[in-house]
Design a protein around this ligand. Structure first.
Ligand code: NAD
Length: 308
């Protein structure tokens, strides 16, 4: 049996079969991995079962006998509760010794480190591997994984991650994957606000969107927020601006990730100004109707405030 064969990974408990988790689990099954899923929401389990994911009656049942417990949850609080158990034994107590706990959710860096420490103290192994690429990337198996893990655990998780993603970056030890993810997304939030402000200023100064795009995309202001996810319709036909800001990357998720970045900035004592400001701007955007719109829709809010 080759190190890379699905059978070498052993059974995988896949917990959290939501927008991202379900297609990721389906891709593992299609590649021949032995997966047992569970979600607390019956409708999510029904949908996953219909898509071909065998499901257990509880998280503990799914984790029993699993070699890897993969989680794809909304938050770190939920992860820590599931690991510890609330009023009943949790996953860490129920799993076989030396199980690899692989968390792919996007959570607080401090909570990721706490989760890893709890797993190790309970006699298990741990890795964090948050993703970027969204539901489209989860379905296509083209996610980017940012990995925080010990070298000796990489061989065990790489075959699975290679099925679900196309780019894997080992960022360091426990928590390093989450740290890299929120640093990137803090910069993304800031750069999108900057791009949107530049286009609104251009509009006020009488520039066409195309002219400004042609300059920025080949000059020093060049960035993903302009060249790939351009906040105005026209210059980049595939950007969400061309379909009334249907995500893409939803405002609610940007607000969540910037909230995590803000926690990390405060905990680390970084004298950041733009990151916390971006967190505030996207929180307001999400609360005031932008939660389900692409985050580049922030430009409409800037236009409103500019009387455009
Ligand atoms: P989601 O809410 O659709 O899915 C999360 C699932 O976890 C839900 O179905 C929920 O019922 C389930 N769940 C909650 N508690 C559970 C428990 N104790 N046991 C079992 N299942 C439980 O969220 P999503 O969009 O799939 O995102 C999952 C994670 O991936 C989040 O951390 C998110 O920030 C991150 N992420 C999402 C995207 C995206 O585009 N959706 C992109 C990158 C990263």
């Amino acid at each position: 049996m080759s190190e890379k064969s699905p059978a070498a990974a052993g059974r995988i408990a896949f917990l959290g079969l939501g927008h991202m988790g379900e297609p990721m689990a389906v891709n593992l099954i299609k590649a021949g991995f032995d997966v047992v899923g569970f979600d607390v929401v019956p409708a999510a389990m029904d949908a996953a079962a219909k898509a071909g994911v065998p499901c257990a009656a509880s998280a503990i049942e799914a984790a029993t006998g699993a070699h890897i417990v993969l989680t794809m949850f909304p938050s770190g609080d939920i992860l820590l509760d599931a690991y510890r158990g609330v009023g009943a034994p949790g996953l860490l107590e129920s799993a076989e010794p030396n199980t690899l706990f692989l968390d792919c959710s996007t959570i607080d860096v401090a909570q990721a480190r706490e989760a890893a420490a709890l797993a190790l103290a309970a006699g298990h192994r741990s890795a964090d591997a948050p993703v970027s690429g969204g539901v489209v990337g989860a379905e296509a198996g083209t996610l980017t994984f940012m990995i925080g893990a010990e070298e000796e655990d990489l061989g065990h998780i790489t075959p699975l991650l290679e099925v679900m993603g196309k780019k894997l970056v080992h960022c360091g030890g426990h928590g390093a994957g989450q740290a890299a993810k929120i640093c990137n997304n803090m910069l993304l939030g800031i750069s999108m606000i900057g791009a949107a402000e530049a286009f609104v200023l251009g509009e006020k100064l009488g520039l066409s969107h195309q002219a400004l795009f042609d300059v920025i995309s080949t000059a020093s202001g060049q960035c993903w927020s302009v060249t790939t996810n351009c906040p105005v319709p026209g210059p980049v036909p595939t950007s969400p601006a061309n379909r009334d800001y249907v995500p893409g990357f939803a405002g609610a998720l940007m607000a969540k990730d910037l909230g995590l970045a803000l926690n990390a900035v405060e905990n680390a004592g970084v004298a950041a100004e733009l990151g916390p400001m971006a967190a505030q701007i996207y929180r307001k955007f999400a609360d005031e109707g932008g939660a389900g719109r692409d985050f580049s829709g922030i430009i409409t809010e800037i236009r409103d405030r500019s009387g455009s």
